[in-house]
Design a protein around this ligand. Structure first.
Ligand code: IMP
Ligand code: MG
Length: 185
């Protein structure tokens, strides 16, 4: 693990731990026997986790359709107004379908609360949420994820899709800065 670690980014959850957790989550999701499953991947951060999760779901014989949504919360990450808007929407109807919203991290919860409310308003039969990292201490909206990879304290994490000032998304593990990060999500 250490030989692949980027300088200054200390692994918190390794590639191996993540792979095992993704397999476990796919198993849990398959056990819920989703009907007409639509995976809604939240860009940009959700793309790495989603790529692994949909393939793990295939190995569980879960068929699904994939759509992408891009959301942005107004203001900076530290001081968000709580206002979320759709930057790029999905392109299919969700009425009557089981939707699985896939994102990188559940932080304040404002983004995923908005996404789930949106899918429910559009008539989804079920709108479940899967995240790789849950940071319960940061929560500002009343929301929990149905499927969580790992729970961690209120660290700023990067890698596995998560960025700091647009960098580090490509790291195959979830890490924390050894020194204070300069960027924001
Ligand atoms: P929310 O605060 O739960 O609405 O999360 C909004 C978005 O902020 C997440 O989808 C991430 O893209 C980003 N974010 C929150 N916490 C972190 C972090 O620790 N690292 C990188 N991005 C983060
Ligand atoms: Mg995000």
């Amino acid at each position: 693990m250490t030989e692949t670690a980027a300088k200054n980014v200390k692994p918190l959850f390794s590639q191996e731990e993540i792979a095992a957790r993704v397999t476990g989550l796919a198993h849990e999701i398959a056990a819920s026997e989703p009907k007409r499953l639509l995976a809604v991947i939240v860009l940009k951060g959700g793309f790495v986790f989603a790529a692994d999760l949909v393939r793990a779901l295939a190995l569980e014989n879960v068929r699904l359709e994939i759509e992408f949504i891009s959301l942005s919360s107004y203001g900076t990450r530290q001081k968000t107004s709580g206002e979320v808007r759709v930057v790029r929407d999905i392109e299919v109807e969700v009425a009557g379908r089981d939707v699985l919203i896939i994102d990188d991290v559940l932080d304040s919860g404002l983004t995923l609360k908005f996404a789930r409310d949106l899918m429910q308003t559009r008539g989804a039969r079920r709108a479940a949420i899967a995240v790789m990292v849950n940071k319960p201490e940061a929560r500002r909206a009343e929301i929990e994820a149905d499927y969580v990879g790992f729970t961690c304290p209120n660290y700023f994490v990067v890698g596995y899709g998560m960025d700091a000032a647009h960098a580090w998304r490509e790291l195959p593990y979830v890490g924390v800065f050894e020194s204070t990060p300069s960027g924001t999500g």
